[in-house]
Design a protein around this ligand. Structure first.
Ligand code: PLP
Length: 816
């Protein structure tokens, strides 16, 4: 199927100005940062409440894209050599084009929706069915109004089965997705109470989800979700009662597997799956029902279900040997997921040198995918590519023609045999391999060895939280992200790279050295430095950092420094003290400051700002208002002498949504980005960013009355099982958590600390926790124990806990 720009204008029934009507369109893009094949791409300028992609057309055009779908009336004057298609609604146009593309194919299309498990069911069906089918599926969890059309666009004549997931957050969205996916077989994984936002209740949510199955010949779901429906033709349910199409007659959990009996049309299918948790069991049943429905032989189903693999779709970013960063993306290998992995690699700007280690592509039937991979690697300027696998023997030339440095190995074992740590230094490395290649063994070689206490940082959660606050910003308000103190413990360079990618306007750090680290990591956003002293001036200027000037002394010293160095128009920020009484000019200092500002050509005042002392506290709202009134009065005086525009800002995380009238031109987002709502108002759906984990080093039984740890302050009252865990106060696990004040989370249970916390180790009482082993994982804070809870046990605030985690604790970055 080949489309030209002209075809697409016709399909969309749209006006167009075409400089090259025959331009071939192979790729649809909606994200200005994700361009691999500019010459054959069509850019849809989507508009959302937060972002208008028409603003990025210049950037996209400069990167070589010359086909655009834009809103009617867009001024194309500046782009002389491009094709423009004009529509009223660019998102609808994208969806319509995808729907038309979909309609050309007659092979079965499975559509999956539900509250949980969509991606896992999709990926498992792919595992279970790919031996017999050539499957096209949604990349990762591309299931939104934008993700679905991009997924469906991947359908081709070479495929004979498609599997797409559909996710919604508001009434009305599913009808649009149904038109694009046009599923012939449907799966409803489940309807949970989660994600109720946007829906009145569970019933409304169910009704909305069922719209996906409007034209399906059959759809499959749980008895309890569909019981209320008229179970007639085409609706197939599974459950324990005899009324179901698929009768689940036995669920027997063993140590590491579960046995399932499913009765379907008088035959009994006996299965083992290598999982024991309820969610996996449910997802496996959904998959088994689909396979039965497709008429696949019982023995084959049993054989393949036994080999189901866990799904971890997340990319892992790990600190590697010799100052490398390693991105582990070796869960599965297809072209779409490669492009996502490469984008993530390119975000790692701290290293100019990029290496990709890549396996054979199991689904490839001919040379084409290999050629395409080579082109993608070349398009992203990858310097070094290491290929692993026998298929690549035949296709080496594609890589050699396009990449500066190439190496090839027959197998993962052969790579490991020839491995030398010296070959990897100061670079970012992407490992992209199909599961059978066992790239985790390569990851283990490249990973820097440290002790087993790690802090996992969920990058998707940071982006989610960023957007949660962005959605609360008044129109035109800019956002400064606070990445001081190692980005509240999460790691400044990694977090700043992510924020830069997501186009925040400004960054702020406490000290000049923190700013230098960011510049070294390739951050080019403007960076404000808050805690400035004379010794830092040189560093500030060399690294193009912007100082906060907070007193007459520091102001005068900086001006004379600029004078001495022959610098003019240097960007600075003026800090006012309106009640915090930490740093800043007070109103009574203004008579001295204003004459110095007037006509001062050494500096440009980028912003004037102040800090709220108690924005999270409703009892202090009057004080907060007083602060803002004083702030406005001071700004007015400064404006008079400067005579030019400067940015005003006073709001921190809590103020952003508690006091929207105080957003002025910019806000400073700190703790909220890291998943903590300091006001505890729970109006925002923030996600947990940081998880601190360790492992059990040793288990011992101790008789009643014996004592544990230093000074014998932990006494057992019964015969006890005690676990020594690999974390202590030197890691940031406070001594205040000792003597039962704090708890940790193991195997679904809380275990109290017993005795004194030591420097590197802590003992916890695990007597009542079953099946515990040495080496088991222990959560200190994260999903199960919120960091706020740990803060409470320590009689402090989450800020102190997060920033107190020692740098020796390895940070691992996860991205979905
Ligand atoms: C740390 C800091 C912030 C961010 O505060 P949060 O409560 O973490 O949002 C804002 N402004 C200044 C001056 C800060 O020092």
């Amino acid at each position: 199927m080949i489309y030209t720009a002209e075809n697409i204008a016709e399909i969309l029934c749209a006006k167009a100005t075409l400089q090259n009507a025959n331009a071939i369109i192979e790729h649809l893009i909606t994200d200005s940062r994700r361009i691999s094949f500019p010459a054959t791409s069509l850019f849809f300028a989507l508009q959302t409440a937060r972002r208008d992609a028409h603003n990025f057309i210049q950037e996209v055009y400069e990167r070589g894209v010359s086909n655009f779908v834009v809103r009617t009336g867009f001024d194309t004057g500046a782009f002389t050599n491009a094709n423009f298609i004009f529509v009223d609604d660019t998102l609808k146009a994208l969806q319509n084009l995808a729907a038309r593309h979909r309609a050309q194919f007659n092979y079965p299309v499975i559509g999956i929706t539900g509250s949980n498990g969509k991606t896992i069911v999709k990926e498992w069906l792919y595992q279970l069915l790919s031996p017999g089918y050539n499957i096209v599926r949604s990349p990762r969890s591309y299931n939104s109004q934008v993700g679905v059309p991009l997924s469906v666009w991947q359908m081709g004549e070479e495929n004979n089965l498609a599997i797409f997931e559909a996710g919604i957050s508001m009434p009305g969205e599913m009808a649009a997705l149904e038109k694009i996916i046009q599923p012939t077989i449907g799966i409803l994984t489940n309807i949970g109470d989660a994600h109720n936002e946007g829906f009145k209740d569970r019933a409304e949510k169910l009704q909305e989800k069922l719209k996906l199955f409007k034209n399906c010949k059959t759809f499959i779901g749980r008895e309890q979700d569909l019981a209320a429906l008229d179970i007639s033709n085409g609706i197939l349910t599974w459950g324990s009662s005899n009324k179901n199409t698929f009768i689940i007659s036995g669920v027997d959990k063993r140590k590491e597997s579960t046995q399932l009996n499913i009765t379907y049309k008088e035959t009994v299918l006996n299965l083992f799956i290598p999982f024991t948790d309820n969610a996996s069991i449910e997802n496996a049943i959904s998959c088994a029902c689909v396979l039965l429905q497709l008429g696949i032989d019982k023995n084959i189903i049993a054989e393949r279900m036994r080999q189901l693999q866990p799904i971890d779709m997340r990319l892992q970013l790990i600190h590697g040997i010799n100052n490398c960063v390693v991105i582990n993306d070796s869960y599965s290998f297809d072209i779409n997921s490669l492009s996502i992995g490469l984008d993530f690699l390119l975000q790692q700007q701290q290293h100019a040198q990029k290496t990709v280690i890549i396996s054979d592509i199991p689904s490839a039937q001919n040379s084409e995918p290999y050629e395409e991979v080579a082109a993608m690697l070349q398009a992203r300027n990858i310097e070094r590519v290491i290929t692993i696998g026998e298929q690549w023997n035949h296709y080496q030339q594609y890589i050699k023609d396009k990449i500066a440095v190439t190496q090839h190995y027959q197998s993962t074992a052969s790579f490991i045999e020839h491995f030398s740590a010296n070959h990897f230094r100061n670079e970012a490395i992407l490992l992209k391999g199909a599961r059978v290649f066992g790239f985790e063994k390569i990851v283990a070689l490249l990973e820097k060895k440290v002790h087993q206490t790690v802090m996992e940082v969920n990058l998707n959660a940071i982006v989610h939280n960023l957007n949660e606050y962005r959605s609360r910003l008044n129109k035109g308000v800019k956002l400064m992200a606070m990445v001081k103190a190692f980005a509240y413990g999460s790691g400044s360079a990694e977090v700043a790279s992510l924020l830069q990618f997501h186009k925040v306007d400004y960054l702020a750090v406490a000290y000049a050295d923190e700013g230098v680290e960011l510049r070294k990591a390739g951050i080019h956003l403007p960076i404000m430095v808050m805690n400035v002293d004379e010794a830092a001036f040189e560093t500030i200027i060399e690294n193009n950092l912007e100082p906060e000037l907070f007193s007459l002394n520091i102001f005068n010293a900086f001006i004379s420094f600029l004078q001495k160095n022959g610098l003019q128009q240097y960007p600075v920020h003026i800090k006012l003290d309106t009640g915090m009484h930490r740093l800043g000019f007070e109103q009574k200092d203004l008579p001295a400051l204003l004459p110095l500002l007037k006509g001062n050509h050494y500096i440009v005042v980028q912003s004037v700002f102040s800090h709220l002392a108690a924005s999270e506290d409703p009892n202090e709202d009057t004080f907060t208002t007083q602060q803002s009134t004083l702030f406005e009065a001071c700004c007015a005086q400064i404006r008079e002498v400067l005579g030019y525009h400067f940015t005003m800002h006073i709001s921190n995380s809590a103020a952003i949504f508690r006091r929207p009238e105080l957003q002025y031109n910019m806000v400073r987002l700190g703790i909220g980005l890291y998943g903590v709502d300091s006001s505890n108002a729970q109006q925002l759906a923030l996600q947990t960013v940081a998880t601190l984990k360790t492992t059990i080093a040793q288990l011992r039984t101790v008789v009643a009355g014996d004592t544990i740890s230093y000074n014998r302050r932990g006494k057992t009252t019964r015969d006890s099982l005690i676990a020594t865990i690999r974390i202590g106060y030197a890691d940031g696990f406070s001594r205040r958590l000792g003597y039962g004040n704090g708890k940790v989370f193991i195997h679904g249970h809380e275990a109290p600390v017993i005795g004194t916390v030591a420097m590197d180790m802590t003992m916890v009482d695990v007597t009542s926790i079953p099946n515990i082993k040495e080496g088991d994982e222990v959560e200190i804070f994260g999903k199960y124990i919120p960091v706020q809870q740990v803060a409470k046990w320590c009689d402090t605030i989450p800020y102190e806990i997060l920033t107190g985690i020692n740098q020796r604790v390895k940070r691992i970055y996860l991205e979905e």
